[in-house]
Write a protein that binds this ligand. Structure first.
Ligand code: GBH
Length: 492
């Protein structure tokens, strides 16, 4: 092992794969073209544009619906092994239900899949990345227990139509963000703000829906299609602000159970079900708040068993670490709420910054999260299904390169030093795109997209070349040209 003082390890193990990700609503545009119906993000951006930082929306976005061949060119330039993208539910099933399959939607994804196959780029496909058909939201969306059936029906259509071409599936992207940000808060569409209530109705239904989709694939499709199915869970990783403070250490563990464990514990542990500490805290808070029943209750035995073990890999999206500064009710917590239920106070005063307030750069936090996943979830095989960095859009994006280098180095550390089974890595994202409520103000892409030009030209940033070299050599690039001149000066 060569210790350069920068990174202990530089070379990725044999068989490790690299990809890059996008999501339908963030890139496709063509929001009302060829039979696609309205989704919750169309509704939010059209009716409440003031909720988006720059008033933009996904109507055109990167226009990937029409420009997907350009996207495939970019992917080919990067040389990635796989491309993670998501399917638009309302493009495939405009009513939201499986009574009408939209032929143009099927044609679009088949064309994309064929173009990828021609370049030997494997598809890794997400069924649901937040763009719920508005028709289903009108019935309550993920707070409606019928969503279990609707999601299974939608999955069935996708497995049937595309399963010959897609061997790696992700059911749902970031369940915490779906349930907490969209139903328990106003951070994501439909911005229900049913804090402490809707978020937990959502998790009950979403976990069951995921499990039913997994079982459906297992029983009906896996025997002939031979693919895999996983879920991608996001983690803000929590650490104590004072590692010597036992109370903070315990609270950080509780916060990680509330954040990551909320969805990982039911699927990836032997005992299954929601984490015990969540059930206890929510019961205690609910009683004190005057509710007749806990706002979150444990699944019954049938569902504990049915949900357990329903993911072939642990899909981790990871960006940032936050701090726990103490016990109590966070000043920003509503009542009742998930945050209040955690019983802790959080802080963003950690690590380097990015263009996104929440994105605190702490590579050691990533390594700690991965070790924690190994020990908490029986040493699962792991795919990093998202990781990336936002800036203000410069083409000389040294901050992004530094981020990737440090976070990839953290992965190498845990692979070689701790035996964590990380099998692949997905960078977020191929090109600057519609960053949800941040609009186009917090770009994460390897490619700059000029949204003021009707041709939406894509220009590679320096990080595109960094990633291309990384993928080609399976090794962290050491090239001088990737080093920030400012930092380089400091090092010498
Ligand atoms: C991922 O979410 C998404 O999967 C992807 O679509 C997205 O483009 C990417 O990250 C970059 O953001 O400022 O208080 O409203 C990552 C988890 C959780 C990060 C919600 C942003 C908003 C916090 N996200 N969070 S706030």
């Amino acid at each position: 092992v060569c210790h350069t003082g920068l990174a202990a390890y530089t070379k990725f193990p044999e068989g490790f794969t690299f990809g890059v990700a996008t999501a339908s609503h963030q890139i496709e545009g063509a929001w009302n073209v060829s039979g696609k119906s309205e989704n919750v993000w169309d509704r939010l951006t059209h009716t409440r544009p003031e909720m988006i930082a720059d008033g933009t929306n996904g109507d055109v976005a990167c226009d990937s619906y029409h420009r997907y061949l350009e996207d495939v060119e970019e992917l080919t330039y990067l040389g990635v092994d796989f491309y993670r993208f998501s399917l638009s539910w309302s493009r495939i099933l405009p009513t939201g239900f499986s009574d009408h399959v939209n032929p143009d939607g099927i044609r679009y994804y088949n064309a994309l899949l064929d173009a990828l196959a021609e370049k030997n780029i494997e598809p890794l496909v997400t069924l649901f990345h937040w763009d719920l058909p508005q028709s289903l939201q009108d019935l309550g969306g993920w707070t409606n227990s019928k969503m279990v059936d609707y999601f299974r029906d939608y999955s069935d259509v996708c497995y049937r139509e595309f399963g010959d071409k897609i061997k790696s599936w992700i059911t749902i992207n970031e369940p915490y963000e779906v349930c907490e940000d969209a139903y328990g808060d106003i951070k994501k569409a439909p911005a229900l703000d049913s804090h402490g209530i809707g978020n937990y109705l959502c998790s009950d239904n979403l976990l069951k829906a995921h499990a039913e989709s997994y079982h459906l694939y297992n029983e009906k499709y896996r025997p002939t299609q031979n693919g895999t199915v996983m879920i991608s869970i996001n983690s803000i990783w929590y650490e104590p602000s004072d590692p010597e403070n036992a109370e903070q250490v315990a609270l950080a563990e509780t916060a990680n159970q509330f954040k990551f464990g909320w969805f990982a514990h039911p699927i990836f542990t032997n005992e299954g079900g929601y984490p015990e500490v969540m059930i206890e805290n929510v019961a205690k808070q609910s009683a004190a708040e005057g509710f007749s029943k806990p706002r979150l209750e444990q699944f019954d035995d049938y569902w504990i068993q049915r949900i357990k073990g329903t993911s072939d890999f642990l899909g981790i999206n990871h960006y940032a670490t936050h701090l726990i500064t103490g016990p109590g009710v966070d000043p920003i917590a509503k009542s009742p709420s998930w945050l209040k239920d955690t019983g802790s106070i959080t802080s963003l005063e950690v690590g380097g910054d990015s263009a996104s307030e929440w994105l605190r750069v702490v590579p050691t936090g990533f390594a700690n999260l991965l070790r924690w996943c190994k020990s908490s979830y029986n040493d699962p095989p792991i795919y990093i299904t998202e990781n990336g960095f936002s800036d203000r859009g410069t083409l000389q994006d040294y901050g992004r390169i530094q981020y990737y280098n440090d976070y990839l180095s953290a992965i190498l550390d845990v692979i070689y030093d701790d035996g964590v089974r990380v099998l692949g890595y997905t960078a977020w994202t191929l090109m600057d795109n519609f960053e949800w409520r941040a609009g186009f103000t917090e770009p994460f892409g390897f490619y700059h997209v000029d949204i003021t030009d009707p041709d939406l030209p894509r220009t590679p940033k320096l990080s595109a070349d960094y990633y291309r070299q990384l993928v080609a050599n399976r090794e962290l690039p050491q090239d001088e040209r990737f080093k920030d001149p400012a930092n380089k000066y400091k090092e010498e």
